[in-house]
Design a protein. Structure first.
Length: 366
């Protein structure tokens, strides 16, 4: 489907403000929107925030916002959709464009198949009228849906399956000035940590590259837990494990993931033991869904984590002193935070963790 015609339909219906969370299915939409002005497009840290942001926009302008995200993030969006925008609460209209992973007849990863099967039921329970946006014939349905939202003052949604929109070239550079490769760092890191350590790796390329490196070099991976879903929850899951495990627990996190549920940092700072170690790969990008900026490059993580309870902060921004810093991070008691400034780069044609139940059983400490 021609994305410009979709945008044109929205424009005809006087929708000019967009906010959301970058998504693999909707990446061409978010790449296109990323070229808009600051007051016309806002990339939010999570889906619930995006819905609330859209609600605020409507309350200030009386204009319909367009909020976009993947259906895996619908769980984050339920709270404001049920307690703010719902017709029985404040009855706030908006258009939701939802990337539909795990849709019927599609082949996808287990976590996406679960969410894909319940997506429509969730929308029905929330009383949200929806359509499937498959081709340009559906644009008339989209216009009618928007009119319905305005007239009834309620949220509505359109579900978009994979490869619905045509590709859009990102006019902005997907490169940064960092020189460190995430995969090479992981390789070096694995050679330094004690054998009885546990690793929790966040969603996206981080967990996939860890899995790939383990298999490539035939390194036992029963000490790894791969967050194939639940973006933003790697750090707090790591905390739960570390509080009940005597050896070191390392969380491999990403900037987009960390920002999604940033409040977890305070919980970690208050409750974490000496064995908790947190690594963030900061490339300032939603790398796996189009390379949109996260704005994490302007955050002073040293001041942030030290102010909320982490005992130590480490920084690696080039190859110089890399191994020494890793060893200090490992050997000194935590809770500690290591920021690694990485390139926007990933291993090509990389696989995904399989047999998740076996991974869970191998990882368990009981």
């Amino acid at each position: 489907m021609n994305l410009l015609k979709v945008i044109g339909t929205l424009k005809k219906n006087k929708i000019s403000f967009f906010c959301g969370v970058p998504d693999s299915i909707l990446k061409d939409l978010s790449i296109f929107l990323d070229n808009k002005k600051k007051n016309e497009h806002v990339i939010s840290t999570n889906e619930g925030s995006a819905v609330s942001l859209g609600a605020g926009y409507y309350l200030a302008t009386k204009k319909l916002p367009c909020v976009y995200f993947q259906n895996s993030g619908l769980g984050n969006a339920i709270n404001p959709l049920a307690s703010i925008t719902h017709k029985k609460v404040y009855s706030i209209p908006m258009l939701l464009i939802i990337g539909w992973r795990g849709s019927p007849n599609s082949k996808d990863e287990p976590q996406h198949m679960v969410k894909g099967q319940i997506t429509r039921n969730i929308l029905k329970l929330l009383g949200i009228k929806y359509i499937k946006l498959k081709n340009e014939k559906d644009l008339k349905k989209l216009s009618k849906l928007i009119i319905y939202s305005k007239n009834k003052s309620v949220p509505v949604a359109c579900l978009v399956e994979n490869k619905t929109f045509n590709s859009v070239k990102n006019k902005k550079s997907l490169k940064n000035k960092n020189t460190i490769s995430r995969s090479k760092f992981i390789d070096s890191f694995l050679k330094c940590i004690p054998k009885n350590s546990k690793i929790v790796a966040t969603t996206g390329y981080t967990s996939r590259e860890l899995f790939h490196i383990r298999n490539k070099f035939n390194i036992k991976n029963s000490n790894d837990f791969y967050m194939v879903g639940g973006m933003g929850h790697a750090s707090i899951l790591s905390l739960g494990y570390s509080l009940n495990y005597k050896n070191q627990v390392f969380c491999l996190d990403g900037d987009g993931s960390l920002l999604m549920h940033m409040g977890a940092l305070r919980t970690i700072g208050k409750f974490a033991n000496k064995n908790f170690k947190h690594i963030i790969f900061n490339n300032n990008a939603h790398e796996s869904v189009g390379g949109q900026r996260t704005s994490a490059d302007t955050i002073d993580f040293r001041k942030l984590v030290k102010s909320i309870g982490y005992k130590r902060y480490f920084l690696i921004k080039d190859e110089k002193g890399n191994i020494k810093t890793i060893n200090n991070f490992i050997n000194l008691p935590g809770p500690s935070f290591l920021e690694v400034k990485t390139k926007i780069e990933s291993i090509k044609n990389i696989g995904r963790p399989k047999n998740l139940i076996k991974i869970k059983n191998d990882f368990k400490s009981f």
